[in-house]
Design a protein around this ligand. Structure first.
Ligand code: ADP
Ligand code: MG
Length: 316
Protein backbone atom coordinates (compact mmCIF):
# COMPACT_ATOMS: atom_id res chain seq x y z
CA UNK A 1 0.00 0.00 0.00
CA UNK A 2 1.25 3.45 -0.85
CA UNK A 3 2.25 6.01 1.76
CA UNK A 4 -0.69 8.21 2.77
CA UNK A 5 -0.61 12.00 2.65
CA UNK A 6 -2.47 12.27 5.96
CA UNK A 7 -5.80 11.93 7.68
CA UNK A 8 -9.06 13.42 6.55
CA UNK A 9 -12.53 13.71 8.01
CA UNK A 10 -15.21 13.98 5.34
CA UNK A 11 -18.54 15.36 6.54
CA UNK A 12 -21.37 14.50 4.17
CA UNK A 13 -24.39 16.79 4.11
CA UNK A 14 -27.99 15.93 3.31
CA UNK A 15 -27.46 16.19 -0.46
CA UNK A 16 -24.83 13.43 -0.39
CA UNK A 17 -27.54 10.95 0.59
CA UNK A 18 -30.66 12.22 -1.12
CA UNK A 19 -31.77 14.54 -3.89
CA UNK A 20 -33.85 17.66 -3.30
CA UNK A 21 -37.57 16.84 -3.00
CA UNK A 22 -36.70 13.21 -2.42
CA UNK A 23 -39.52 11.02 -1.18
CA UNK A 24 -36.91 9.45 1.07
CA UNK A 25 -37.06 5.84 -0.01
CA UNK A 26 -34.22 3.60 1.08
CA UNK A 27 -33.61 2.65 -2.56
CA UNK A 28 -33.12 6.25 -3.60
CA UNK A 29 -30.81 6.92 -0.67
CA UNK A 30 -28.59 4.03 -1.71
CA UNK A 31 -28.45 5.28 -5.30
CA UNK A 32 -27.49 8.81 -4.22
CA UNK A 33 -24.92 7.40 -1.78
CA UNK A 34 -23.39 5.39 -4.64
CA UNK A 35 -23.11 8.51 -6.77
CA UNK A 36 -21.51 10.44 -3.90
CA UNK A 37 -19.04 7.64 -3.24
CA UNK A 38 -17.92 7.60 -6.87
CA UNK A 39 -17.00 11.27 -6.47
CA UNK A 40 -15.04 10.83 -3.27
CA UNK A 41 -13.46 7.38 -3.72
CA UNK A 42 -10.19 8.76 -5.10
CA UNK A 43 -9.56 10.62 -1.86
CA UNK A 44 -9.24 7.28 -0.10
CA UNK A 45 -6.13 6.42 -2.14
CA UNK A 46 -4.26 9.24 -0.48
CA UNK A 47 -5.82 9.74 2.94
CA UNK A 48 -6.84 7.71 5.96
CA UNK A 49 -10.47 8.71 6.19
CA UNK A 50 -13.37 8.94 8.61
CA UNK A 51 -16.79 9.77 7.19
CA UNK A 52 -19.39 11.68 9.17
CA UNK A 53 -22.89 12.22 7.80
CA UNK A 54 -26.08 14.12 8.59
CA UNK A 55 -29.34 12.35 9.52
CA UNK A 56 -32.04 15.03 9.80
CA UNK A 57 -34.56 13.75 7.23
CA UNK A 58 -33.89 10.10 8.11
CA UNK A 59 -34.47 10.64 11.83
CA UNK A 60 -37.66 12.52 11.01
CA UNK A 61 -38.94 9.62 8.94
CA UNK A 62 -38.18 6.91 11.48
CA UNK A 63 -39.80 8.98 14.20
CA UNK A 64 -42.94 9.69 12.16
CA UNK A 65 -43.23 5.99 11.27
CA UNK A 66 -42.90 5.04 14.92
CA UNK A 67 -45.33 7.71 16.15
CA UNK A 68 -47.87 6.73 13.49
CA UNK A 69 -47.72 3.11 14.60
CA UNK A 70 -48.01 3.95 18.30
CA UNK A 71 -51.20 1.90 18.78
CA UNK A 72 -49.48 -1.21 17.45
CA UNK A 73 -45.93 -1.00 18.78
CA UNK A 74 -44.19 1.27 21.34
CA UNK A 75 -42.82 4.60 20.11
CA UNK A 76 -39.02 4.56 19.87
CA UNK A 77 -37.20 7.03 22.13
CA UNK A 78 -35.34 9.72 20.24
CA UNK A 79 -31.84 8.48 21.09
CA UNK A 80 -32.80 5.05 19.73
CA UNK A 81 -34.12 6.68 16.56
CA UNK A 82 -30.69 8.32 16.19
CA UNK A 83 -28.98 4.94 16.59
CA UNK A 84 -31.30 3.38 14.01
CA UNK A 85 -30.49 6.14 11.54
CA UNK A 86 -26.73 5.68 12.06
CA UNK A 87 -27.23 1.99 11.36
CA UNK A 88 -29.07 2.20 8.08
CA UNK A 89 -27.19 5.19 6.74
CA UNK A 90 -23.89 3.54 7.68
CA UNK A 91 -25.05 0.38 5.94
CA UNK A 92 -25.79 2.32 2.75
CA UNK A 93 -22.43 4.10 2.86
CA UNK A 94 -20.70 0.75 3.44
CA UNK A 95 -22.39 -0.74 0.37
CA UNK A 96 -21.89 2.35 -1.77
CA UNK A 97 -18.23 2.79 -0.82
CA UNK A 98 -17.51 -0.92 -1.10
CA UNK A 99 -18.68 -0.81 -4.72
CA UNK A 100 -16.85 2.43 -5.56
CA UNK A 101 -13.62 1.17 -3.95
CA UNK A 102 -13.84 -2.17 -5.74
CA UNK A 103 -14.35 -0.46 -9.11
CA UNK A 104 -11.44 1.80 -8.27
CA UNK A 105 -9.12 -1.09 -7.35
CA UNK A 106 -8.78 -0.16 -3.69
CA UNK A 107 -9.62 -3.01 -1.33
CA UNK A 108 -9.81 -1.24 2.01
CA UNK A 109 -12.81 -2.34 4.13
CA UNK A 110 -15.50 0.06 5.30
CA UNK A 111 -16.98 -0.11 8.80
CA UNK A 112 -19.58 1.89 10.68
CA UNK A 113 -19.17 2.65 14.36
CA UNK A 114 -22.42 3.42 16.17
CA UNK A 115 -21.21 6.51 17.98
CA UNK A 116 -22.30 8.15 21.22
CA UNK A 117 -21.30 11.70 22.00
CA UNK A 118 -21.32 13.05 25.54
CA UNK A 119 -23.07 16.38 26.03
CA UNK A 120 -23.21 18.56 29.13
CA UNK A 121 -26.47 18.19 31.01
CA UNK A 122 -26.14 21.87 31.92
CA UNK A 123 -25.57 23.01 28.33
CA UNK A 124 -27.63 26.21 27.96
CA UNK A 125 -29.15 24.71 24.79
CA UNK A 126 -31.35 22.50 27.01
CA UNK A 127 -33.07 25.61 28.37
CA UNK A 128 -34.26 26.64 24.94
CA UNK A 129 -34.78 23.67 22.60
CA UNK A 130 -35.02 24.87 19.01
CA UNK A 131 -34.72 21.86 16.67
CA UNK A 132 -38.13 20.67 15.41
CA UNK A 133 -38.44 16.91 14.94
CA UNK A 134 -41.12 14.46 13.79
CA UNK A 135 -44.77 15.03 12.88
CA UNK A 136 -47.06 18.04 13.17
CA UNK A 137 -49.88 17.87 15.75
CA UNK A 138 -52.95 19.86 16.72
CA UNK A 139 -52.72 22.04 19.81
CA UNK A 140 -54.85 19.55 21.73
CA UNK A 141 -52.67 16.56 20.79
CA UNK A 142 -49.53 18.56 21.52
CA UNK A 143 -50.72 19.48 25.01
CA UNK A 144 -51.54 15.86 25.74
CA UNK A 145 -48.07 14.73 24.59
CA UNK A 146 -46.40 17.43 26.67
CA UNK A 147 -48.31 16.23 29.76
CA UNK A 148 -47.96 12.52 29.10
CA UNK A 149 -44.42 12.25 27.68
CA UNK A 150 -42.79 15.37 29.05
CA UNK A 151 -42.06 16.54 25.49
CA UNK A 152 -41.50 20.19 24.73
CA UNK A 153 -43.69 21.19 21.81
CA UNK A 154 -43.95 24.48 19.97
CA UNK A 155 -46.19 25.97 17.33
CA UNK A 156 -44.30 25.89 14.02
CA UNK A 157 -45.01 28.86 11.72
CA UNK A 158 -48.76 28.25 11.48
CA UNK A 159 -48.28 24.67 10.32
CA UNK A 160 -49.16 23.00 13.59
CA UNK A 161 -47.41 21.88 16.76
CA UNK A 162 -44.15 20.04 16.70
CA UNK A 163 -41.77 18.54 19.19
CA UNK A 164 -38.53 20.49 19.67
CA UNK A 165 -35.25 19.25 21.11
CA UNK A 166 -32.04 20.98 22.16
CA UNK A 167 -28.86 21.15 20.12
CA UNK A 168 -26.05 20.99 22.69
CA UNK A 169 -22.32 21.25 21.97
CA UNK A 170 -20.50 17.89 21.64
CA UNK A 171 -18.05 17.37 24.53
CA UNK A 172 -16.57 13.90 24.08
CA UNK A 173 -16.84 11.07 21.55
CA UNK A 174 -17.32 7.89 23.56
CA UNK A 175 -16.02 5.54 20.83
CA UNK A 176 -13.07 7.74 19.82
CA UNK A 177 -10.43 5.10 20.65
CA UNK A 178 -12.25 2.56 18.51
CA UNK A 179 -12.38 5.03 15.63
CA UNK A 180 -8.64 5.73 16.00
CA UNK A 181 -7.90 2.03 16.13
CA UNK A 182 -9.83 1.27 12.93
CA UNK A 183 -8.69 4.35 11.07
CA UNK A 184 -6.19 3.43 8.37
CA UNK A 185 -7.06 -0.25 8.20
CA UNK A 186 -10.68 0.61 7.37
CA UNK A 187 -12.58 3.60 6.13
CA UNK A 188 -14.65 4.43 9.19
CA UNK A 189 -18.16 5.86 9.21
CA UNK A 190 -18.65 7.49 12.61
CA UNK A 191 -20.58 10.14 14.55
CA UNK A 192 -23.46 9.91 12.08
CA UNK A 193 -26.00 12.67 12.57
CA UNK A 194 -23.55 14.27 15.00
CA UNK A 195 -23.59 11.18 17.20
CA UNK A 196 -26.19 9.91 19.66
CA UNK A 197 -26.25 12.48 22.46
CA UNK A 198 -25.70 10.93 25.88
CA UNK A 199 -25.10 12.34 29.33
CA UNK A 200 -22.74 10.80 31.84
CA UNK A 201 -24.42 9.93 35.14
CA UNK A 202 -22.60 10.13 38.49
CA UNK A 203 -22.20 6.32 38.54
CA UNK A 204 -20.35 6.54 35.22
CA UNK A 205 -23.14 5.12 33.09
CA UNK A 206 -24.27 6.76 29.87
CA UNK A 207 -27.86 7.77 29.24
CA UNK A 208 -29.27 8.76 25.86
CA UNK A 209 -31.03 12.12 25.77
CA UNK A 210 -33.54 13.59 23.34
CA UNK A 211 -31.33 16.14 21.58
CA UNK A 212 -29.49 16.59 18.29
CA UNK A 213 -25.84 17.43 17.92
CA UNK A 214 -24.83 19.42 14.87
CA UNK A 215 -22.96 17.02 12.58
CA UNK A 216 -20.52 19.77 11.54
CA UNK A 217 -19.49 20.27 15.20
CA UNK A 218 -19.24 16.53 15.82
CA UNK A 219 -17.12 16.11 12.66
CA UNK A 220 -14.84 18.90 13.86
CA UNK A 221 -14.38 17.34 17.30
CA UNK A 222 -13.69 13.96 15.75
CA UNK A 223 -11.20 15.50 13.30
CA UNK A 224 -9.33 17.17 16.16
CA UNK A 225 -9.26 14.00 18.21
CA UNK A 226 -8.00 11.64 15.53
CA UNK A 227 -5.33 14.19 14.59
CA UNK A 228 -6.75 14.85 11.13
CA UNK A 229 -4.97 17.18 8.72
CA UNK A 230 -8.08 18.12 6.77
CA UNK A 231 -11.74 18.63 7.59
CA UNK A 232 -13.65 18.38 4.31
CA UNK A 233 -17.28 19.46 4.64
CA UNK A 234 -19.33 18.49 1.59
CA UNK A 235 -22.68 20.20 1.17
CA UNK A 236 -25.12 21.57 -1.43
CA UNK A 237 -22.93 24.47 -2.63
CA UNK A 238 -19.54 24.31 -4.39
CA UNK A 239 -18.24 27.31 -2.47
CA UNK A 240 -19.06 29.44 0.53
CA UNK A 241 -20.17 32.94 -0.43
CA UNK A 242 -20.59 36.35 1.06
CA UNK A 243 -23.79 38.18 0.15
CA UNK A 244 -25.13 34.71 -0.54
CA UNK A 245 -28.10 34.66 -2.94
CA UNK A 246 -27.87 38.41 -3.52
CA UNK A 247 -26.94 40.14 -6.78
CA UNK A 248 -23.55 41.04 -5.29
CA UNK A 249 -22.73 37.46 -4.19
CA UNK A 250 -19.00 36.73 -4.09
CA UNK A 251 -17.75 33.16 -3.87
CA UNK A 252 -14.79 32.61 -1.58
CA UNK A 253 -11.73 30.58 -2.64
CA UNK A 254 -9.24 30.85 0.21
CA UNK A 255 -9.81 32.69 3.48
CA UNK A 256 -8.11 32.87 6.85
CA UNK A 257 -9.87 32.09 10.13
CA UNK A 258 -9.77 35.82 10.95
CA UNK A 259 -11.49 36.69 7.67
CA UNK A 260 -14.09 34.00 8.27
CA UNK A 261 -14.76 35.45 11.73
CA UNK A 262 -15.16 38.91 10.26
CA UNK A 263 -17.67 37.67 7.64
CA UNK A 264 -19.44 35.73 10.36
CA UNK A 265 -19.85 38.90 12.43
CA UNK A 266 -21.22 40.66 9.37
CA UNK A 267 -23.94 37.99 9.20
CA UNK A 268 -23.04 36.35 5.89
CA UNK A 269 -23.64 32.77 7.05
CA UNK A 270 -27.14 31.51 7.80
CA UNK A 271 -27.72 30.00 11.25
CA UNK A 272 -28.42 26.28 11.10
CA UNK A 273 -26.90 25.80 7.64
CA UNK A 274 -23.62 27.54 6.72
CA UNK A 275 -22.86 29.04 10.14
CA UNK A 276 -22.07 25.74 11.92
CA UNK A 277 -19.76 24.75 9.04
CA UNK A 278 -17.85 28.03 9.29
CA UNK A 279 -17.64 27.76 13.08
CA UNK A 280 -16.40 24.19 12.77
CA UNK A 281 -13.84 25.21 10.14
CA UNK A 282 -12.52 28.06 12.29
CA UNK A 283 -12.25 25.88 15.39
CA UNK A 284 -10.46 23.15 13.45
CA UNK A 285 -7.80 25.36 11.86
CA UNK A 286 -7.21 27.13 15.19
CA UNK A 287 -6.66 23.79 16.95
CA UNK A 288 -3.38 23.30 15.08
CA UNK A 289 -1.67 25.64 12.60
CA UNK A 290 -1.05 22.93 9.98
CA UNK A 291 -4.70 22.08 9.64
CA UNK A 292 -7.06 23.19 6.92
CA UNK A 293 -10.79 23.05 6.44
CA UNK A 294 -12.49 22.87 3.07
CA UNK A 295 -16.16 23.44 2.27
CA UNK A 296 -17.47 22.30 -1.12
CA UNK A 297 -19.91 19.88 -2.76
CA UNK A 298 -19.40 16.14 -3.28
CA UNK A 299 -19.06 16.77 -7.04
CA UNK A 300 -16.14 19.15 -6.55
CA UNK A 301 -14.49 17.26 -3.69
CA UNK A 302 -11.34 16.29 -5.58
CA UNK A 303 -10.82 19.73 -7.13
CA UNK A 304 -11.49 21.33 -3.75
CA UNK A 305 -8.93 19.13 -2.07
CA UNK A 306 -6.38 20.24 -4.67
CA UNK A 307 -7.30 23.89 -4.09
CA UNK A 308 -8.85 24.29 -7.54
CA UNK A 309 -12.44 24.66 -6.31
CA UNK A 310 -14.39 24.94 -3.05
CA UNK A 311 -13.60 27.28 -0.17
CA UNK A 312 -10.48 26.61 1.88
CA UNK A 313 -10.09 28.00 5.38
CA UNK A 314 -6.61 28.19 6.86
CA UNK A 315 -5.25 29.71 10.06
CA UNK A 316 -3.29 32.48 8.35
P1 ADP B 1 -25.93 20.15 5.05
O1 ADP B 1 -26.95 19.07 4.99
O2 ADP B 1 -24.80 19.91 4.11
O3 ADP B 1 -25.47 20.49 6.44
P2 ADP B 1 -27.26 22.75 5.08
O4 ADP B 1 -28.52 23.03 4.33
O5 ADP B 1 -27.34 22.65 6.56
O6 ADP B 1 -26.66 21.43 4.42
O7 ADP B 1 -26.17 23.86 4.73
C1 ADP B 1 -25.78 24.16 3.40
C2 ADP B 1 -26.58 25.34 2.84
O8 ADP B 1 -26.16 26.55 3.43
C3 ADP B 1 -26.36 25.61 1.37
O9 ADP B 1 -27.15 24.76 0.58
C4 ADP B 1 -26.80 27.07 1.24
O10 ADP B 1 -28.13 27.19 0.82
C5 ADP B 1 -26.74 27.59 2.66
N1 ADP B 1 -25.95 28.83 2.86
C6 ADP B 1 -26.26 29.74 3.81
N2 ADP B 1 -25.40 30.74 3.80
C7 ADP B 1 -24.49 30.48 2.83
C8 ADP B 1 -23.34 31.17 2.35
N3 ADP B 1 -22.95 32.32 2.88
N4 ADP B 1 -22.64 30.61 1.33
C9 ADP B 1 -23.03 29.44 0.79
N5 ADP B 1 -24.12 28.73 1.21
C10 ADP B 1 -24.85 29.24 2.22
MG1 MG C 1 -26.69 21.26 8.02
Amino acid sequence: MTEKKGKIVIALGGNALQDTNSSGTAEEQLEVAKRTCEYIVEILDNYEAVIVHGNGPQVGRILIASETAKDITPVMPFDVVGAMSQGYIGYHIQQALHLALKNHGNHIPVATVITQVVVDQNDPAFENPTKPIGSFYSEEEAKEMMDKNGYIMKEDAGRGWRRVVASPIPQRIVEIDTVKHLCGSSVVVAAGGGGIPVIELPDGSLKGVAAVIDKDFAAELLAEQIGADILLILTAVDKVAINYNKPNQIDLDLITAAQAEEYMKQGHFAAGSMLPKIKAAIKFVKSNPGRKAIISSPYKAIEALEGRDGTTIILE
